[in-house]
Design a protein around this ligand. Structure first.
Ligand SMILES: Cc1ncc(COP(=O)(O)O)c(C=O)c1O
Length: 386
């Protein structure tokens, strides 16, 4: 049976019936625009891979060939979409990216070392650094709802810190939606090389970029920067596989791989066979689906922009260049509570709270990967509540 079209049957009730975190964390009646899941119907090849697994009782341990196929599929996908296909031999399957990030912080730095991030930033970056006793070195984006430029001068200074060891990059950037330009990435690479920093590049959002913006894997810039970079990515954001659990890491040098493997061999676990099969089906067979999704996301991005301009003119916001996230500043509305709390209570709309990302209480992150109807209702509710 063919998959329903992207939006067919998708409404608040059917989304709640999926029994996931996004639509079930809050009471019925609340519209979910928080965690980075998409609300669309999934790609048929992914559905088929999961159904095949169940129908064949194929739940046993996977083979090395499955991992090899996964890494090859990722490399081919990246080559097609981003012009850089890492050698599959330099890759490894991960259960998920956040686990990989934590392992990298643990293995590549020592307690008390500094780890650079570009704040505001995806919360697990901050949590990993702090919980492991490392120090967050915040190279904040400049004017996050304006230019949202990378602070290269600041980065130069912070990189020179005597205990700064690791530079974590999130590109495209969550929550600002920035897609770093080649000149910015070249400057980052030069600074990392000059100050002998290891680079951990989270490129999970690599595919979700809009016209005029192009994702460039930092490891593709030169052999010198590649040699000090671990690139992590997955099909999770592009194909909506958040609960399926599978990701990949590519090591820029055998030495980096060795350092990362200071941990007991199996402590990281392995992705499930369903995660591996679904991800292979995504990268090898579902490109057409993704090519349909991207213009829908762009349409939502433009609708959001127009709504904010016309109906929520005091919200400060920068049109995202990538991701399906919008980083909104409600400061001018002088809300009596943090923005996300206010909107949950008064608008019955769930957004992510700014402080979780190291941002102010007036900020909230809105996920616009839903149907145009639901997006409109979410925005109408917000407009009525501020
Ligand atoms: C920047 C970034 N990294 C990682 C993740 C989560 O990846 P995983 O589920 O593989 O841990 C997300 C999810 O939104 C994200 O935005």
């Amino acid at each position: 049976m063919a998959a329903p079209a992207l939006f067919t049957g998708v409404d608040a009730a059917s989304l709640r019936a999926r029994q996931g975190a996004k639509w079930n964390r809050h009471p019925e009646g609340v519209l979910a625009a928080w965690v980075a899941d998409m609300d669309f119907q999934a790609a048929q090849p992914i559905r088929d891979a999961i159904i095949w697994t169940a129908e064949h009782s194929a739940f046993g341990y996977g083979r090395q060939e499955d991992t090899d196929t996964l890494l090859r599929a990722c490399s081919d996908w990246m080559q097609r979409r981003h012009g850089w296909g890492p050698d599959p031999e330099t890759g490894e399957a991960l259960v998920d990216i956040v686990q990989g990030i934590n392992a990298a912080i643990y293995t590549l730095t020592e307690p008390g070392d500094g780890v650079i991030v570009q704040g505001p930033i995806y919360p697990p970056f901050l949590n990993g650094i702090e919980t492991l006793g490392r120090v967050v070195v915040d190279n904040r984006l400049l004017d996050v709802t304006g230019s949202a430029e990378l602070d290269l001068e600041g980065l130069r200074t912070l990189a020179a810190g005597p205990r700064t060891r690791l530079l974590m990059l999130c590109n495209p950037h969550n929550p600002s939606g920035r897609v770093l330009r080649r000149d910015e990435l070249e400057a980052i690479a030069a600074i990392a090389i000059e100050h002998d920093l290891t680079v951990l590049s989270d490129e999970i959002w690599m595919d979700v970029t809009y016209p005029g913006h192009r994702h460039i894997p930092i490891a593709s810039l030169s052999p010198e920067i590649a040699a000090r970079t671990i690139t992590m990515t997955s099909a999770t954001k592009s194909f909506n596989l958040g609960g399926v659990r599978c990701a990949v890491a590519f090591y820029g040098s055998p030495e980096l791989r060795e350092r990362y493997h200071r941990l007991p061999e199996r402590i990281m676990g392995r992705p499930s066979i369903m995660g591996v099969r679904a991800t292979i089906a995504a990268w090898n067979e579902s490109e057409q689906w993704f090519n349909e999704v991207l213009p829908q996301l762009d349409g939502n991005r433009q609708a959001l922009d127009a709504f904010l301009r016309e109906r929520l003119a005091l919200v400060r916001h920068r049109t995202p260049e990538g991701t399906y996230l919008a980083w909104l500043d409600f400061a001018a509305y002088n809300l009596s509570q943090p923005a996300a709390d206010h909107l949950l209570e008064r608008a019955k709309v769930a957004l992510n709270a700014g402080p979780d990302f190291g941002g102010g209480e007036s900020f909230a992150r809105l996920n616009f990967a839903t149907t145009p109807e639901l997006l409109t209702e979410i925005l109408e509710r917000i407009a009525a509540a501020v």
